[in-house]
Design a protein around this ligand. Sequence first.
Ligand code: DC
Length: 230
Amino acid sequence: MNKIIIAVDGYSSSGKSTMARQLAQRIGYVYVDSGAMYRAVTLYALRHGMATPGKGVDVERLVNALPDIKIGFSVTPDGGQHTLLNGEDVENEIRGMEVSGLVSPVAVIPAVRHALVAMQQAYGRDKGIVMDGRDIGTTVFPDAEMKVFVEASPEVRARRRVLELQEKGAEVDYDSVLANIRERDHIDTTREESPLRMAGDAVLLNNDNMTREEQMEWLINLFNERARNN
Ligand code: DC
């Protein structure tokens, strides 16, 4: 079977990253979490005083600093993936509320998007990759052989996110998580540069009422069909 590119797009906290990572593991493909790349840039901006909670982002300083920001991934022995910012493992920090609250304004900056999209396209050169994000099927890999668009209601996503953060020991409140999800949905879908939208040739997956096992079976079936025909 030929290797293909799999693009998984959808709303924040729709479970797409877990799903994409597990799919990659099952089929022996490389997995890239593009949202983690936007989060790592946001963390860099926070640490260097270029982004301040409640105040926003100093776009000019951040754009000038882009050449100094190196993002990578390391694979853990249990098959997990950790994001590296200039060589430092920042996986936990990029998932916190501080980064979550500022990542959307960072992700609307065209120069940030151009830099990260170029890196993402380089990852896909040899195919055999599963990448998840917002614009993977529309902008990063418009010719991807398999495109999935994941959706779930904001309430279901907020409940999942709260559980995920609590498992990591963070103190969270459902209402502020739900408000953050709604705000990010709004920014992600209305921004000018690469807004979140379903590619014309993507397949819709609403997972409100699906178990992880059902989702995986659905994905594997679609993968087998697409890989056979390419
Ligand atoms: O998937 P996530 O919640 O970790 O993504 C974090 C933010 O990054 C989200 O608010 C939108 C942005 N993002 C993006 O604009 N384009 C992508 N390909 C991936 C994420």
